[in-house]
Structures are given as C-alpha cells and as structure tokens.
Design a protein around this ligand. Structure first.
Ligand code: NDP
Length: 332
C-alpha cells in the first residue's frame, strides 16, 4: 500500500517538502476489520490545524505517520460480518490507496442516491456543516439577509443553496469572476462579491445589503469577518464555521478593527464543530438525498488525479484552486 506521511511540520504556508509518499505491506484484516481500496479522498482546510503539535478538538497528526481524513472506497476483503467485498464505504483513513480499518468506524454508502464523490461533498462533511450551521447554529429564517464567505467552496456552495431554499436573501463572496458567476447564475445567490477585485469589501457589502445583514456565515475570518461586523444589523447572528485566512498564521488578529461592533450592535458570535452534531446526521442525509433527487442542490468537484498529488490538492485550498469540493481521485 502507498500512503502520504507528514514528514515535517509546516511553518506558515505548507510546501510539498512537508509530505512524503511511503510504501508498506499491509497485513490481513484481523477479526472486526476490513481492507478497503480507497477511490476518492478529501483534502480539507482543518487539516492544516492538525499539522501543528498542540492540543485542539482533534489530535495532531504525527510525524512519520500517514495523514488521515474523509475518504470513500470499495471493500476488498472483510473479516467482519457487516461488510462483504464490493461494498462501497466511507471511512476516515484517507491519504492512502489501501487501508485496513475497523468495521465499526466505517459506513456503507448508497451509490444509487448519489455518485461516490458526492459522499465527500454535498452528502459528506461539507454539506452537513452547512446544514448544521444554518439550522441549529444560525437559525436562519425566511426573509433574512445572510452574507456567506468563500461561497464557491465546498461548505460555502452548500450554504448558499440551503440558505436560498430557506427563503433568505443571499450575498456571497468568492475569489474570481468564474467562481462568482457560478455562485450567482447556477447556485442562485442574489449578489456575489468578487473580493479579489473589490477595493473595499465592507463598502461592497454595504452596497449589497444597505440595511445590513441578519446572519454572517464565516468560512474565512480576517477581512471578511471585519466587513461583516461593519455591516451587521442589531442582534445579528454570526455563525463562525471557519477562518481559513488565518490557518497558516498563528493568529487572526487582523480582524480586530470592528470588534467593538459586537457590543454596539448586541451581536451573537457562535463557533461550532460539526463533529458535535452527529445526532442530526440521519435527518440531514434524508433531506439532502431528497434535494439531490429533485435536482435542487447542485455541486461541482475540482478533481486532482493520483494519491501522490494529494499534497498539491491540499495546498491548492489556500490559493483557491478549487471551485466546489477539492477531491483526490485514487487509482489503486
Ligand atoms: P473550501 O472548499 O471553501 O476551500 C477553501 C477556499 O477558501 C478556497 O477555495 C478559497 O476560495 C478560500 N480561501 C483560501 N484562502 C483564503 C484567504 N486567505 N482569504 C479568503 N479566502 C480564502 O473549503 P471547505 O468548504 O472545506 O471549508 C470552508 C471553511 O469551513 C474552512 O474555514 C473550514 O475550516 C471550515 N469548516 C469548518 C467545519 C466546522 O465543523 N466548524 C467543518 C468543515 C469545514 P476563494 O477563491 O473564494 O478565495
């Protein structure tokens, strides 16, 4: 089997030198385990946090060991009665072509409901994160105005569409015209701000939402958060999902200018980790499967071919190389 290891801990923006490809021979699966051939794996911004050796909500990656993350694949051999060769599964041992996993940590996926990679996008963590953030965390209501940063990303593109389905007025940001056009023309956002060409993001948001925003869904932090603070209505709710603009730095202090607006406008900022909300997963899967069947939810994947290119795919998240979900296709 081949796997990608963390060779050294990145300082600032990671580089390809921080990763290495390692081959090893796998044993037979022990009772309760299965051997999976991974076909698709996810790279995600939060993985940058796991490359730091410090306590967090999830353990740091260890040097000289395989990275891990969400993936889907096919069962090749099974020593567990719940699985048989040929079953399609999702698991958390990405970054390798073949892997042995505990059967209890694996779920079967229904390829009839959506193609395999969709279980890492709309039906996977990104879709679920959008669903939890707008529902349980942000409590978005029809008629409200929401601003969504990184609207063309995996989470953002789902957030835009679910917010529209809930009857909100949606303003999104995206880096570049092609992304902006997709989010506006295909996903249905009312206004999309290309933040790369906007001179003043706060002013662009003020123009798009002259009366202010009721909800901000943050994927970015930094200047985006600052612009949202500057345009918040009284009692606005901030769903703090991610702050990718700061993931390669130690802090995200550059957003501090408008923090006093939290008091002035009596804002609520609420961070969340989607892992804490798995009680909503069955409800989410049923709803999302229905929306996909109706054609109500659209998605795009940016596909990087080959396990060896997984580090490149990961790095691309920080330069906005992806429209929709960034995925790696693995040919075993
Ligand atoms: P995306 O698919 O959105 O990929 C990252 C995108 O972020 C890029 O395409 C780029 O889009 C944008 N970006 C990167 N660097 C910057 C920057 N410096 N400033 C502004 N935009 C930047 O990733 P995901 O959808 O997987 O994740 C989105 C966010 O959600 C992340 O912050 C992630 O950590 C968070 N998250 C949180 C979870 C939780 O439980 N709280 C669960 C899952 C994700 P563009 O070209 O538009 O700039």
């Amino acid at each position: 089997a081949r796997e990608i290891h963390l060779k050294s801990r990145p300082d600032g923006l990671p580089s390809l030198d921080n990763f290495e490809v390692v081959s090893r021979t796998l044993p037979e699966p022990a009772p309760g385990q299965i051997l999976v051939r991974t076909t698709w794996m996810s790279v995600d911004p939060y993985m940058r946090g796991r490359m730091r050796d410090r306590p967090s909500y999830i353990a740091p990656f260890q040097l000289g060991q395989a990275l891990e993350g969400a993936a889907v694949g096919v069962v090749e051999r099974s020593a567990d009665e719940r699985f048989k060769p040929g079953d399609l599964v999702s698991h958390f041992s990405g970054w390798r072509d073949y892997t042995i996993v505990d059967a209890s940590a694996v779920s079967k996926i229904d390829a009839a409901a959506a193609p395999e990679p969709a279980w890492l996008g709309p039906l996977g963590v990104p879709g679920f994160t959008a669903y939890v953030g707008l529902g349980r965390i942000g409590e978005l209501k029809a008629g409200e105005t929401i601003f969504i940063s990184a609207g063309a990303g995996a989470v953002g593109s789902m957030t835009v569409q679910i917010a529209k389905a809930k009857g909100a007025r949606v303003i999104a940001s995206a880096g570049g015209e092609a992304k902006a056009a997709w989010v506006r023309d295909e996903l249905g956002a009312d206004v999309v701000i290309n933040y790369k060409t906007a001179d003043d993001l706060a002013a662009a948001l003020a123009k798009a939402a002259p009366e202010g925003i009721d909800v901000y869904f943050d994927n970015v932090g930094g200047e985006h958060l600052d612009a949202a603070l500057a345009n918040a209505k009284d009692h606005a709710r901030f769903v703090i999902c991610g702050m990718i603009a700061g993931y390669n730095d130690e802090g995200v202090a550059d957003a501090a200018r408008n923090l006093a607006r939290i008091i002035i406008n009596r804002l609520s900022l609420r961070g969340y980790i989607v892992l804490d909300h798995y009680d909503l997963l069955p409800e989410f899967t049923a709803e999302m499967t229905g929306w996909i069947a109706d054609g109500r939810i659209k998605w795009r994947d940016t596909v990087v071919e080959g396990l060896d290119n997984a580090p490149k795919a990961f790095l691309g998240l920080f330069s906005g190389d992806n429209i929709g979900k960034m995925l790696v296709k693995i040919d075993g």
